[in-house]
Structure formats: C-alpha cells, structure tokens
Design a protein around this ligand. Structure first.
Ligand code: C2E
Ligand code: MG
Ligand code: MG
Length: 450
C-alpha cells in the first residue's frame, strides 16, 4: 500500500518534471525555449537596471538552412540544429544563456556587462562556431549564420524591444552578405520607424484620396501613333509631398494593402480609358501594373472581370503588366492564373524584361502578348555595344515567338531611331511623353497628338 503511494508520488513528480521540461526547453536541441529565454532575459534586465550594468542580446539565424533541409532532409536538418545548439552553449560562459527562438533561429543573452566592448569578444566566439564544419549525414558540412546584436539599455529597455532590434541588426547583416554579425544602429531603428509611419499613413491614403494615377503614352515606333497608355500610381503624402511608387508599393505589399489599392488602380484606369473612348478619342490599350501579391490572389480574375463589367471597357483595351520575376516563377499557379486572365480577353505583357533570368523554354509556354524591354538596356544604346546586342536578341526572340515588343524609358531621338530600325514595335519614355495627369493627356489628344 505504502509502496503504491510512493510509486504514485514519484510518478507525479516525474510527470511534473516532464511537463516543466516541455514548457521551458526545446525538445529537439534540449536548450531553453522562447518562454524560458524571455523569462530569464526579463530577470537579467531587472538586475542590469539595479546594478547599472549593460546586457547584450544576440540573434542568430542560419544561412541557407532551407537548402540543407531540402537537400539532406528534415532529419539531418534537425541534427544540424542540435549541433549548433550545443556548440553555442559550449562557447559561452556560465552566466550567458542560449535559447532556441524557433526554426533556425537562436538567441543568446550576455548579462552584466560593464562595457559594450566586452561583447565584441563574445560575438567573435559565437561566430567562430561556424568556422569548423559540422558532421551531418556523415558529411562535413559548412554552414554559416548571420548575427545581430542589441544592447540594453541603448537598443531597448524591455525583452520585446531588445529582441526585435537584435533581429533587425541580424537582418541588416544578412543583407550585407551572409556569415556576418552587425550591431543595431540608430539608422536601422530610424529606417524601421520611417517605414512604420509611412505604412500607417498609407492605410488612410485611399480613403483620403491621396492616391491618383498618371498615364504615360506608348507609341508606335513606325508611325508615331499612340497605341496605349500605362497607368502609374502616385501618392501625394499630405506632409511629405509626392512619394515614389518604388517606395510605397513594397510597403503596400508587405502590409496587405496592395489588394485594395491594386483594385482601385484597375478600376480607375479602366474607367479612364472608357471615358476617353466615350469622348471620341481613338480606342487604345490601357496597361496596368500588377503586383506579385495581387497575382497570387485567387480573386484576381473575378476582380478584373468585375472592373471590366463595371466600367464597360472591352477586355481587349486592358493590358496587365507582370514582372519577369513573376512570369518565371515555376509555381503551378502562374500559368493557371495567366490562362484564366487570357480567357477574359485581356492582354498580358512582361514588364522589365531582361532584368530577371528568363528561361526560353518557359517563355514559350506562357500565354503572353508582349515583352517590355527594360530601360537599363535602352540607356546603353549608342554607349554600350553589349546592350545593343541584347536588345537585338530580345527583339528577334519576340518576333520568332510571335510576341510584340515595346521598349521602356526611351529618352532620345537616337534611341528611338535605333529601336525602330531594329524592328521594335513600340516605345514608351520621356522622349514621347512623361507620365501625366488625365487632364494633361486630354489636352494633348485634343492638340497635336495622333
Ligand atoms: P514600371 O512599370 O517599369 O514603370 C516604368 C517607370 O519608368 C515609371 O516609374 C516611369 O515613370 C519611368 N519612366 C518612364 N519613361 C522613362 C524615361 O524615359 N526615363 C526614366 N528615367 N524613367 C522613365 P514610376 O512611375 O516611378 O514607377 C516605378 C515602378 O513602380 C513601376 O515600374 C512599377 O513597377 C511600379 N508601379 C507604378 N504604378 C504601379 C501600380 O499601380 N501597381 C503596381 N503594382 N506597381 C506600380
Ligand atoms: Mg510597368
Ligand atoms: Mg518597367
């Protein structure tokens, strides 16, 4: 009886121990998990506050871990993570703490620093674990990691801010080349703050009517006649004035705002084109840029059909521009999506052609109508014979594949002559007309424009 009670009590303690272990330790690597790391970091911050000392947080992210998983398999990926966890723990002092943040990310806490320079040596030790190969799947594997460092109190006075800023510094290290470690800086924090402020404001931009479209003419290289317009989005920020789409479109994409903004662009551009037709101008195409995020959405076809129906624009007067990067994605949804759009009767063009790596066999399978030669090649006309050769190849390729070609960013008469000589169908650029408001376009159409 007593023995039974004792056995029950022991089992209970063991279960509690197991539960505790599961709650605070990462089962794969056996090092503290995020929960325990946060708790210890919080305590260390309290202590640093009382003692007036500094504290370092290092965020480590492995470089190319996905490739390891993809090529060697998840089991070996797991083995690698275990090795890294152990090496990190072994290279640090007793007072320091290593935790697994998730996936291939590790966190290190270095408490009670008198001077932040003390961290430098520790950062070096941490990065040196990647100098030796790791034995995984009976192979010696060299992996590298990128690291970011945030220091209490300068880079944050609480757990979340410190980890966020260490992550930010890690991201900067990764961007500047892998296998490096960076300290969080004022510039990094300012850039994130700026991005956040702009994104916040962008949330209201549509409702506040701060977004508008400019239209840039596309012209036949042979006859000079206008063949279409490209709709280009503009944001008039109430305090900062005009902001480039190259700045705010990525923000719209990251925040999910692009779907509503993109739909507004489509509707506005279609309505404008229809309005010009109703005013009696010669019917031409309207090209609208699509973001990769819109392209990924399963609603795209329905949205475009809806815009055409609501505005009464015939599908053949709408062209959708996708970037070469989207077109070359091998994901199966790309061709399915393009086929669906083609069925609606709209045209499709590949924007910034030549800037990503096109595969010829892939191009052959895509239901596209036109390629837009990127401006970077046009700039080389008369300057760089290699650019000229590439342009010739692109025109030739398009002709052979039955595609039309338009050159972007044509700024001079010489560029125009070169292109029309070589058989380029259309041109777009400052030489023929800058992006302009709808009213400016109408004035020109009523005047000397063909
Ligand atoms: P893009 O689609 O390649 O558009 C062409 C860009 O080249 C435009 O810049 C245009 O103003 C500029 N450009 C045209 N001709 C010339 C020229 O002769 N010389 C020079 N130096 N530049 C010329 P913009 O309007 O700043 O747009 C930049 C990019 O932002 C666009 O590149 C496009 O990728 C994106 N974008 C613009 N509007 C939209 C939109 O409504 N939706 C999406 N998803 N992206 C958009
Ligand atoms: Mg474009
Ligand atoms: Mg372009």
């Amino acid at each position: 009886m007593l023995a039974n009670l004792l056995a029950d009590a022991i089992a209970k303690v063991e279960t509690e121990h197991d539960l505790n272990y599961l709650a605070y330790y990462d089962p794969l690597t056996g090092i503290p998990n995020r929960v325990l790391f946060y708790r210890r970091l919080e305590q260390a911050i309290d202590l640093a506050r009382q003692t007036g000392k500094k504290l370092g947080v290092i965020f480590i992210d492995l470089d190319g871990f996905k490739e390891v998983n993809d090529t060697l398999g998840h089991d070996w990926g797991d083995q690698l993570l275990k090795r890294i966890g152990k090496r990190l723990t072994d290279c640090l002092g007793k007072a320091d703490l290593v935790g697994r943040f998730g996936g291939d990310e590790f966190l290190i806490m270095v408490p009670q620093l008198s001077h932040h320079l003390e961290l430098e040596k520790i950062a070096e030790q941490v990065m040196s674990i990647f100098h030796r190969p790791m034995l995984v799947a009976e192979q010696e594997l060299y992996v590298s990691g990128s690291g970011g460092i945030a220091i209490y109190p300068k880079d944050g006075e609480n757990v979340n801010t410190l980890i966020k800023n260490a992550d930010l510094a890690m991201y900067a290290a990764k961007k500047s080349g892998k296998g490096q470690i960076s300290y969080c800086s004022g510039d990094m924090k300012a850039a994130v703050h700026e991005k956040m402020m702009l994104t916040n404001r962008l949330h209201r931009a549509l409702a506040n009517q701060e977004l508008f479209l400019h239209y840039q003419p596309q012209v036949s290289a042979k006859t000079d006649e206008i063949t279409g317009f490209e709709a280009l989005l503009r944001w008039h920020h109430p305090e900062r004035g005009l902001i480039s789409p190259e700045v705010f479109i990525p923000l719209a994409e990251q925040s999910g705002l692009i779907s509503s903004i993109g739909e507004w662009v489509l509707k506005t551009a279609c309505a404008q084109n229809k309005a010009w037709q109703e005013q009696g101008f010669k019917p031409v195409r309207m090209a609208v840029n699509l973001s990769v995020e819109q392209f990924r959405s399963s609603n795209l076809e329905r949205i475009i059909a809806g815009c055409l129906q609501a505005t009464g624009l015939k599908p053949r007067y709408l062209e959708l521009e996708i970037t070469e990067g989207i077109a070359m994605k091998t994901a199966h949804y790309v061709i399915r999506q393009l086929d669906g759009l083609k069925k609606l009767g709209v045209a499709i063009s590949i924007d910034d052609f030549g800037t990503a790596f096109s595969s010829m066999s892939r191009l052959k399978d895509l239901p596209v109508d036109r390629i837009k030669i990127d401006q970077s090649f046009i700039r080389g006309i008369g300057v760089n014979p290699k650019d000229e050769s590439i342009i010739l190849v692109m025109i030739h390729l398009a002709q052979k594949m039955g595609l039309r070609v338009i050159a972007e960013g044509v700024e001079t008469e010489d560029q125009l002559h070169f292109l029309s000589d070589k058989g380029c169908d259309e041109v777009q650029g400052y030489y023929c007309g800058r992006p302009m408001s709808a009213e400016a376009i109408e004035k020109k159409l009523n005047g000397n424009w063909k």
